[in-house]
Ligand binder design. Sequence first.
Ligand code: 6R9
Length: 643
Amino acid sequence: MNEGTSSTGRSSAADGTPIDPPASFVARANVTDGSLRDAFAERWPECWDRAADFLDWTSPYDRVLDAANGYDWFAGGTLNASYNCVDRHVEAGRKSHAALKWEGCLGETRTYTYHDLYREVNALAAALRARGVEAGDVVTTYMPVLPELPVTMLACARLGAVHSVVFAGYSADALAMRLADTGSTCLLTCDGYYRRGTAHDLKRKADNACLDVPQSVDRLIVDRLDDDRTYGDNYVEYATLVDEYGGETVDPVPREATDPLFVIYTSGTTGRPKAVRHTTGGYLAQVAWTSHAVLDLEPGDTHLCSADVGWITGHSYVVYGPLALGATTVLYEGTPDYPERDHLWGIVERNAVDVFYTAPSVIRAFMKWGAEYPERHDLSSLRLLGTVGEPVDETTWRWYYDHIANGECPIVDTWWQTETGGILVSTLPGVDPMRPGAAGPPLPGVSADVLGPRGTSVDAGEAGSLVLTRPCPGMAVGLGESTGEAPADWRYVTGDAAAVGADGYIRLLGREGNALNVAGRRLGTREIEAAIVGVEGIAEAAVVGVEGPQRDTALYAYVTPQRDAGPVSPLRERVREAVAAAIGGFAAPDVVVFTPDLPKTRSGKVLRRHLRRIADGEAVSDTGSLRNPEIVGELESIVDSVS
Ligand code: 6R9
């Protein structure tokens, strides 16, 4: 199926030359105006009204950007996100169109039309209101990818409550920290979930987390496992409430554009995750606009974003972006290779998916398993493919283009962060040529620069630090800073290393500081280290990410046991368990290296770049600044023997 069927220049990029978007795509793309970047630049910041136009406002905003009071986008305007994602599509006569399609881990399917979604969001909002939830309150969710999760997010938005979605892979401790930090007094969770066909308990983790927080928490529970378990007095069943309040409607509460829509925690540079707050107007405008301009979604399209709703990618491009535009969003609960390695492609075929958005690590896994799995399926419904979360190496890009795009769909390599809310760097798929390995130019209205150590722009092609030089509507509250006159001197240091080519395309080179991206998930090395040094018998730990040949990242933990700790082999498991307990199993290090010492400067700073090189098998030459240079040779031989 994939051989010789296309004349769209499948192999033309072998030498790094750009690939034009296929003409068949351009002919029907949402954005085909090549002068859009210039047009936005001339009218900045007013240009962002184009994004706001994708929303229905209860009352119009006074100004696109008010820099006097921090950075208030669409100040004075009011709107409701639930109205924008649900009601207006029902009112426009699209009530019988599918809003959500869900595929469960056991092969179950559920479809919610926009009308079904309207009913359930209203019923749950009525139930939450009756339980005391008001505008501004924080409601926490802790569940896997079930339809009840977006329903809850939208029910919160309807009331003006702020949601805090906690990824179900996080541990009880991680949930407790988030509950305590927001002071949230309402939690929606589920009894458990299936992974690779096996049931896992979630309620026990939720119970433990609630025991660990000062406030009392009202708990609602979804029955996912459908077993005989009873939940006890602390829980009310989601289904019972939705039944009881079925048929009730709740008027969407108008929110200021600058009011928070949700809070999400992400790894920062410290040992503790940080709370990132996103606004109702600016965030929703940015995700709706980028879903239109970059993901090319239209009402009636079916979109599959493989991210878990618990991450920002799921918030923006499983839930808010596609639903704001009236598209159909496909949620899948499982893993790409269960029950078989063609599982995702089966979902694409069964749902005639138009746009597919995933992480490079997922594509690399498919590449390893082989082209026979996608070849089992008719993928001809696909129109556009996207990647996010990590750099894509050229080999992976080309495999995606040849075997999934069949040379007929453009690929957008989209760069953005939890903090930016939506995509900021990408090609416009109907306008810009693709350059495998480079994400693309900044989107219209977005300004970025790559700075060297002295804070000045580096030459084309040189590596430096990626800095955003203008704020965007989707950015988190309080992001960046102004050194002089705002917004002209506004800067946000992204923490990513990058280089810009003479063509203006940004090539991402990886994280600079203590945050890592492993399989598309953001992890803080400081958080992992904090968990490891909590293990009895361990004195010190340093965690680094090491890039593999295809730009996938492996986690190495260098661990120094206390002198009297005894044999180290039992410690290895304890290290992994401690990380699983503090954060979640997905954050456990791939390699644990025990060492009598860590390479340190005279002032006692651990030199992580040496540790990275050692893990990479590269020679460390610049040991001059070390207090203990002899440890380098020792570590090289230890790593040699464990990895
Ligand atoms: C959306 C998301 C953000 C970090 C970011 C960068 C990396 C994201 C990328 C990319 C290269 C891309 N990243 N997109 N690197 N190319 N297209 O992933 O948010 O979890 O906060 O991670 O992911 O390092 O700084 P988040």
